[in-house]
Design a protein around this ligand. Structure first.
Ligand code: DAH
Length: 335
């Protein structure tokens, strides 16, 4: 037993010496101390040993496992500092290190949170057709709801998607039910620009389809999401809303974090920001996606990612986000 444990340790050290990148170390790590490693096998065989053997080998096996883990972790750490030093050494002139765009950071954060709740990230085309952007969402031609969104129509009878909601139906067609998806993406509206309106911005669509889904599930997901994003309990309010693709529909507002609810241009002096509209998916939309509304139901929401980034980083003019002005965006160097 002692011999085997020693040789495991020695082999681990030998293999680590050949590792140049983090990925190599992680492979060795999983081979030697991962779930299916020999040391784990030995460890789990402990329970079948005689009391005498347990006494004899128990702590030896456990200590060896800990030692092996320490060896790998120390190696990883030294590799990382070494890489950092090498990198710093090559930077002997003054360069600007890039930063991530605030919307990119928020999108990653939100999708990471939703992924933990079992959502899959999917995407759809930015140039879409009337069927997915409108008709399948229960907004027929000539319906007044088409005017809720000022659309850029293209010469090829397509359009620039006005929201990420069109991916709801595409996803239902492709994956069927049950379904739990989120769709971060860029959308376009023919808007007059001001501090809170842009013609190009980002949304995140969320949709859950299953049996017996209720509005409570939706509220639970929203609260959890906002708490994690803002790292604090944020004041929210629900108002009844109208969207052709949800019934009932509602608007979730959060208190304006830029002015603390006092009123500013971003919140149009109301102290509240409309952040997450949503509701229960309309049976017609389920049908359009080929899902039986007698058996399944669900909720959907459309989060304004751009707006969320503005709230989170206290950016009071939306136009700067698309300006590409690095000097300004650098102020939000978060990572
Ligand atoms: N698509 C809507 C918009 O852009 C937002 C939205 C509202 C999405 C309600 C939803 C929803 O999924 O249920 O204004």
């Amino acid at each position: 037993m002692e011999e085997e444990l020693n040789s495991l340790k020695e082999n681990l050290e030998k293999e680590l010496k050949n590792c140049e990148k983090e990925a190599d170390v992680l492979n060795v790590k999983s081979k030697y101390v991962g779930k299916k490693s020999r040391i784990m096998e030995i460890l789990s065989s402990l329970k079948d040993m005689t009391v005498e053997d347990k006494r004899k080998y128990g702590s030896l096996i456990n200590n060896t496992k800990k030692e092996m883990e320490n060896i790998v972790n120390n190696f990883l750490e030294s590799l990382n500092t070494q890489l950092k030093i090498d990198f710093d050494d090559t930077l002997d002139f003054d360069v600007n290190v890039g930063s991530m765009h605030p919307v990119t950071i928020v999108a990653k954060e939100v999708t990471d949170i939703l992924k933990k709740m079992g959502f899959t990230i999917v995407s759809g085309p930015e140039m879409d057709n009337e069927f997915y952007n409108f008709e399948a969402l229960n907004i027929p031609k000539d319906h007044p709801a088409r005017d809720m969104q000022d659309t850029f129509y293209l010469d090829n009878s397509m359009l620039l998607r006005t929201h990420t909601s069109g991916v709801q139906v595409r996803a239902m067609e492709k994956y069927g039910a049950p379904l739990r998806i989120c769709v971060p993406g860029r959308v376009f509206r023919n808007e007059d620009l001001d501090a809170s309106h842009e013609n190009t911005f980002f949304q995140l669509e969320g949709m859950v389809i299953d049996e017996n889904i209720s509005i409570e599930n939706l509220i639970g997901v929203m609260q959890e999401l906002l708490r994690e994003v803002f790292h604090q309990d944020v004041l929210v309010r629900l108002r009844p809303g109208f969207f052709p693709f949800t019934e009932p529909s509602y608007e979730l507002d959060c208190s304006c974090l830029i002015c603390g609810g006092k009123g500013c241009p971003t919140c149009k002096n109301s102290g509240w920001i409309e952040l997450i509209p949503g509701g229960m998916v309309h049976p017609n939309v389920l049908r359009a996606g080929g899902i039986d509304p007698e058996k399944y139901n669900g909720f959907a929401f459309g989060l304004g990612l751009t707006r969320l980034a503005m709230m989170k980083y206290k950016i009071n003019d939306i136009r700067v986000l698309n300006s590409g002005d690095i000097r300004y965006l650098e102020n939000f160097k978060i990572n």
